[in-house]
Design a protein around this ligand. Structure first.
Ligand code: 13P
Length: 338
């Protein structure tokens, strides 16, 4: 394992004006996305769709890496180039989702714990040989009556730390993702409290397990009102509370922080990131994006499974990538949406 290699990868993931495109939907999740455009989730349809995302011309201006799924890292473009090679040829780093999903947490109704540690050392070695430079593991924290419990946060932080250690051993940068879900009716203050508790537990546990902060990327939720909350915090409040939460919990030596979009609209996710970078230009870490839905939704809708729509889908994707790239330096304006 080379520390220099991990450092180079981590820095490149959050290079100025660049972020990560998450295209690592598991088979059940991509089926849900395809259902919205009435497309069958066959292997060829999944390949054809990911082909659009991976080969969009000049997307390397905005995108430093893409997170692939186990199936996707073994697929190829229409001209037969393996997806990881197609990315590397454009100067984009392949990443890989390595958890095997969030499962019911025993004795804790409505809470989840993410699995996937068994055999992970061997899987990481294989993914590395296929070109993976970084890996993602997503933990899910649910807000509700009496939850999250500290037991759930601890169990997930423990698994995230074990995965992160194995990644660093393999020369792969861990992208640790504890996601506090935004689906409930909670206020932004509750989201703040839960996110702060989750992140401080996570960084303590990473420390206890000797995971190098310097070679770790955090992927987190923004501090935001629950979707069902009657009062929705405005963009500036989300920016202020998210940055406050990060400053209180994330070590300054982390090379970077990226956000998931979590069900926000594409434009709102961009506006939130922009407000953070515009208001707080001198934070200890770059703040960037690693969106799935907020980058892909307009592209998926434009494509709708039809070959004749590939160009329109590509343009829709590149537009969102450019908007979020501008948001990384606080230079986005809603004017460029029209
Ligand atoms: P969303 O941006 O759609 O939340 O997905 C990001 C992701 O990778 C979740 O693990």
């Amino acid at each position: 394992m080379s520390a220099a290699e991990l450092e180079t990868t981590a820095k490149a993931m959050v290079a100025e004006g660049k972020g990560i495109l998450a295209i690592d939907e598991s088979s059940p999740t991509i089926k849900k996305r395809f259902d919205t455009i009435n497309i069958e989730s066959t292997e060829e349809n999944r390949r054809a769709y990911r082909d659009i995302l991976i080969t969009a011309p000049d997307c390397n201006q905005y995108i430093s890496g893409m997170i692939l799924f186990d199936e996707t890292i073994r697929q190829a473009t229409s001209d037969g180039t393996p997806f990881p090679k197609a990315l590397i040829d454009q100067g984009i780093m392949p990443g890989i989702k390595v958890d095997t999903g969030a499962k019911d947490f025993a004795n804790h109704p409505n809470e989840k714990v993410t699995e996937g540690l068994d055999g992970l050392r061997d899987r990481l070695a294989e993914y590395k040989s296929l070109g993976a430079k970084f890996a993602k593991w997503r933990a899910v924290i649910t807000i509700g009556e009496g939850i999250p419990t500290q037991a759930c946060i601890d169990a997930n932080a423990h698994a995230l730390s074990r995965y992160a250690g194995l990644c660093q051993e393999a020369g792969i940068v861990p992208m640790v993702e504890p996601e506090v879900l935004m689906d409930a009716d909670n206020t932004i203050e509750t989201c703040y409290d839960v996110t702060e508790r989750t992140l401080s537990t996570l960084f303590n546990t990473l420390y206890q397990q000797d995971v190098a902060y310097e070679h770790t990327i955090l992927k987190t939720n923004m501090v935001i009102s629950g979707k069902q909350c009657p009062t929705q915090a405005d963009v500036q409040t989300v920016a202020d509370m998210t940055v406050k939460c990060l400053l209180n919990t994330v070590p300054a030596s982390l090379p970077g922080i990226v956000f998931l979009s979590g069900g926000q609209s594409a434009e709102l996710a961009t506006a939130h990131l922009n407000a953070m970078n515009k208001t707080y230009p001198d934070l200890p870490w770059p703040l960037s994006f690693s969106y799935g839905r907020a980058l892909q939704e307009p592209c998926l809708n434009a494509w709708s499974g039809k070959t004749e729509n590939v160009e329109a889908a590509t343009q829709a994707l590149l537009h969102r990538e450019k908007c979020n790239s501008l948001a990384c330096t606080g230079e986005y304006s809603a004017d460029i949406e029209s």
